[in-house]
Design a protein around this ligand. Structure first.
Ligand code: ADP
Length: 971
């Protein structure tokens, strides 16, 4: 009896384990792990999130919490202090650059098959009611947002008047419900049918998530098989959580035994060379050919030259400065501006500005100048751009998948078509990192809503466009074409590098982030391809899309479900030596063939011919991968990809080439096969007869899928961060008093300590400046701008402060200044990392005491301490400058340095910074009386104790609208 119970339990457990493996039983040769984002939901405590956020302070709130959290860790682990300070700043920085903190819910994207896609959005019965929203519904929603009452929402989406639609009658509702159930049932039956390798979009593995039991991570197959992962140069908490929840364990950074390596940068050649067939790495060698702005354009330009401009006309004309200045001027003479100027190596909209003429671009600077697409698609009057995710799972054969769901990012301020407001980044740039500082930025906390606020899902945008009668299938076909062609233009170099450095076909994969702008004619333009797209979950919507994306990527890539020991012991079946040794020159006579007769080429891979063992394995692997695609749409190979793209492949090797001539300056290429032809011919049997879609009626079914994505059920909430345990108030007070007393007794702070305190103080200021309801925001923004202008010279990295023009409204102005302060802080923190306080110094406050203080310090506490320090150090700002003679000081007449200053005095002090060697008000004259006349006659350093209003007006006066362009560019 007991035995029976045991065996039953075992069977149940085994059955569950099987849900997490695909391609065979656990431990079998073709078995791979299956990942699902629903594990995140079941692992963490629920945190109901019902309110919607208007405006955004999350970044800064996170920062404060994080800094405090780190400080708490210092207190808890004083023994580890020598390494901690650096971590603090890394972590704090990360909240600016790559924040992964998130307090929302994770949902699973459920995919529907094409057959279920109804013709009109109204017929999309599977779509839950709350998803049937549009910009109009969004506006209605906005009315419900309580915070809105406090805001002047002029200029935002909220200002658009929705055409009133009558609410559906109860009968209509019932009908819709019935349709919904019908389509749901239909889906269920389809989900169990076998998958076909065709254009049809049946998805495996994601079908019945409700029926799949989430196991404890210790019972997951990955844990049983001791599968490990390694994160290098990256801080992606979402990925870490997902892997842990699936039972994978983190390997030490220097470990050679790992199954998955997820790196922020390209791994070194040695790492790639030593990979076993079971290891996976998330980058291809030299994939920067695609992801560097300059390289990408050059590669596509080459294709335009060799293959015809009209086939590769999806990237704005770009010039690399300073080398191509003359060409820019010539083109400007023909086509006119505006031009968008971007630093060569930068991201998140940092340092981007728009000019009307090339003369406005500073000479000699290393920037990329692109034609500004000045007629973008506008939704509710706002510009938007797309972030799409593309996974390349193999470079030869080329396998490209586009994720069916993406994100749409909106600019906060309504677009002005007259090009008069080119200065306003919140109108022309759609980066979240820029727009989040605008008080009108609407962040939606409802993970079910794909079209509320300033971030939508791709599917919601497509449904919105379809409602307006636009041809969304043609749009997505153009997007797919753009993605494939951009990869084809760089694939030759990447393939050559992979051949040299990567031992096995499926060792490397890459998840690219495509930034795409759609113009008013619905033509997509490629702006940029990101090497490591942000996996930060800034909102529940991000969490929903990105967790599903990550889980689907890992399943698609396929981590072999094999015991680690077996993995290590298994020989490299396709070792580098063997691959290179077996190669022949591509263009040897023996291999030459006639284009258009694919059957005559490619060795044993010829159509209908017998396959070698290796070829057979490859075909099977490609098929198995396709069956695991989840939310990915395979866009190369596809039914019509041979017709469309075989002209860009070398007829013998099948490798993408830019020119048709045999000697096209390619790196030395040796290949014994034509894998692209092999895959097309054996995986897509009818590939030769497929037609290139010319109208909507013969559109491949898969194109309809993008707008049919919908969200499944309400999984419990996910909390991706540990909430900091509150420190007892008594301890906090004691810590503050102790530090203040020690400072008054003559002790000082180390450079690292004081910089950390100052950074934290500025973060409070940033929060206020970007806060919608704070009445001091506008006044303090003006002070911050003055401070930034003076303090930017103290950074090691050159940093230009571009003041907003005077004609900007207060909201926009605050947003621009907040963004600048954020950028300043980003660099400031990077430099602070250099000041590690490994041990206590004589004459300085003890590290541990200061950490305790930082953990609980309010803005007022930080201000007190920093003012105290300034006074004792003759108003020299030791927290700015690198101590190499470039120090800054507070240049105020002594009379204005009150012994008991009111709140926000420090900020006013900061607005009056000057270089030490050109200070006007010397410390020795602090007690002597300087004439008022002298004070007021000072031209540049306006006394900071004047009323805030006056400060603001003066700062506004500083901006000369006429010269703004030049000033912006040259500053
Ligand atoms: P970054 O890598 O710094 O984010 P991007 O190239 O992605 O730089 O551009 C940032 C923003 O600028 C985009 O969101 C887009 O809205 C806008 N943008 C970039 N290039 C163009 C262009 N050629 N035409 C119009 N808008 C552009």
């Amino acid at each position: 009896m007991r035995k029976n119970e045991e065996s039953n339990g075992k069977e149940e457990n085994e059955g569950s384990v099987a849900d997490w493996v695909s391609g065979g039983p656990i431990g079998a040769k073709g078995a791979v792990l299956v990942f699902r984002s629903c594990v995140l939901a079941s692992r963490t405590p629920s945190m109901e999130s019902t309110t919607k956020t208007v405006g955004n302070n999350t970044g800064t709130t996170i920062l404060l919490n994080k800094a405090k959290n780190m400080a708490r860790r210092l207190v808890a682990e004083p023994h580890a202090f020598s390494v901690r300070p650096k971590n603090i700043m890394h972590d704090v920085m990360e909240t600016f650059g790559n924040s992964n903190k998130y307090t929302g819910q994770a949902y699973v994207v459920r995919h529907v098959s094409d057959a279920d896609v109804p013709e009109t959005p109204e017929e999309q019965g599977h779509e839950p009611m709350e998803h049937k929203r549009d910009i109009d519904d969004v506006l209605n929603d906005l009315n419900k947002i309580t915070l809105k009452r406090n805001l002047n929402i002029e200029n935002t989406t909220a200002n658009i008047k929705p055409p009133e639609e009558p609410p559906p009658s109860s009968k209509e509702k019932d009908e819709k419900k019935a349709k919904k159930n019908k389509s749901k049932n239909k889906r269920k039956t389809r989900a169990s049918s076998p998958s076909l390798d065709s254009d049809d979009s049946e998805h495996m593995l994601v079908k019945e998530i409700d029926s799949i039991k989430v196991l404890e991570s210790c019972h997951m197959p990955a844990r049983m098989l001791k599968i490990t992962y390694k994160l290098v140069n990256t801080e992606t908490k979402l990925l870490h959580r997902l892997l842990q929840a699936h039972g994978l364990q983190e390997a030490p950074t220097d470990a050679k035994e790992f199954n998955l390596m997820w790196a922020g940068l390209h791994p070194k050649p040695d790492v790639l060379r030593s990979l076993t067939p079971y290891q996976r790495v998330n980058h291809f060698p030299r994939s920067y050919e695609l992801t560097r702005k300059d390289k990408l354009f050059k590669n596509i330009e080459k294709m335009q030259y060799f293959r015809g401009l009209k086939h590769f006309d999806f990237i704005p004309t770009t010039f690399l400065m300073p080398g191509e200045y003359k060409e820019l001027c010539t083109t400007h003479y023909r086509t006119k501006g505006p031009w968008i100027v971007k630093p060569a190596a930068s991201s998140r909209g940092r340092g981007i500005y728009i000019v009307n003429t090339p003369e406005q671009i500073p000479k000699g600077e290393n920037v990329v100048v692109a034609k500004y697409i000045d007629k973008p698609l506008l939704i509710g009057g706002h510009k938007c751009d797309l972030r799409l995710y593309v996974c390349v799972t193999s470079i030869d054969p080329l396998l490209i998948y586009l994720y069916e769901e993406g994100l749409v990012r909106f600019a906060t301020v309504k677009y002005d078509k007259t090009n008069k407001n080119l200065w306003n980044p919140c109108m022309h740039l759609c980066n979240y990192s820029i727009n989040k500082y605008h008080t009108d930025y609407i962040k939606c906390d409802d993970p079910n809503a794909g079209n509320i606020g300033h971030k939508w899902t791709l599917s919601a945008l497509l449904r919105h466009l379809r409602k307006q009668g636009r041809n969304t299938a043609a749009l997505m076909a153009a997007v797919e074409d753009l993605v494939v062609k951009s990869i084809l233009s760089s694939a030759q170099t990447i393939t050559a590098a992979a051949r040299v450095f990567v031992p096995s076909l499926f060792n490397c994969f890459e998840l690219f982030g495509y930034d795409i702008l759609i113009d008013d004619m619905l033509k997509p333009w490629l702006l940029e391809i990101n090497l490591s797209p942000s996996l930060a979950c800034e909102s529940p919507l991000d969490a929903r899309v990105k967790s599903a994306l990550l889980a689907d990527t890992l399943t698609l890539v396929g981590l072999p479900a094999m015991p680690t020991s077996k993995n290590d012991a298994s020989p490299q079946t396709n070792s580098l030596k063997m691959r290179i040794g077996a190669c022949r020159r591509v263009h040897s006579a023996e291999n030459a063939c006639v284009r258009g007769k694919p059957g005559a080429q490619g060795g044993a891979a010829a159509l209908g011919g017998l396959l070698t063992g290796e070829e057979l394995r490859l075909v099977r692997a490609v098929r198995a991968q396709y069956s695991r695609r989840g939310g990915f749409v395979r866009i190369f190979p596809s039914q019509n990809s041979w017709q469309k793209y075989s002209q860009y492949l070398d007829p013998v090797s099948g490798v993408p080439v830019c020119s048709t001539s045999l000697n096209n300056n390619a790196p030395y290429t040796v290949v014994p096969h034509n894998y692209n032809l092999l895959v097309h011919s054996h995986v897509l049997p009818h590939f030769q007869h497929a037609t290139v879609a010319t109208s909507l009626t013969d559109t491949p079914q898969r194109l309809k899928r993008y707008e049919a994505v919908c969200i499944a059920g309400a999984a419990p909430a996910v909390q991706l961060c540990d909430s900091p345990a509150p420190q007892p108030p008594r301890d906090a007070r004691r810590a503050k008093d102790l530090v203040k007393k020690q400072l008054s007794d003559g002790l000082t702070l180390t450079t690292g300590e004081v910089r950390r305190a100052f950074g934290l103080y500025l973060t409070h200021v940033l929060k206020r400046v970007s806060s919608p309801s704070n009445e001091l925001a506008v006044q303090h923004a003006a002070l911050v701008l003055r401070f930034l202008r003076r303090a930017s010279s103290s950074l090691r990295m050159p940093y230009n402060v571009k003041g907003p023009p005077a004609k900007m409204c207060d909201k926009d102005r605050c947003a621009v200044i907040a963004k600048q302060l954020n950028d300043f802080l980003y660099m400031y923190y990077r430099e602070t990392d250099l000041y590690t306080d490994s041990e206590d110094r004589a004459g300085c406050v003890a590290n541990i005491h200061f950490a305790q203080f930082l953990h609980s310090a309010s803005e007022a506490d930080l201000e007190d301490v920093l003012l105290l320090l300034l006074r004792t150090q003759n108003y020299v700002a030791t927290f700015l400058g690198d101590g190499r003679g470039g120090a800054l000081c507070v240049d105020l007449p002594p009379a204005r340095r009150a012994p008991h200053p009111p709140r926000h005095t420090l900020l006013r002090h900061l607005a009056a910074l000057a270089h030490v060697n050109c200070r006007k008000y010397r410390p020795e004259v602090e007690t002597s009386s300087r004439s008022e006349q002298e004070e007021t006659s000072s031209a540049d350093s306006a006394p900071p104790f004047v009323s805030s209003e006056l400060v603001l007006k003066e700062s506004l006066k500083e901006e000369k609208p006429l010269n703004l362009a030049l000033k912006y560019a040259r500053s």
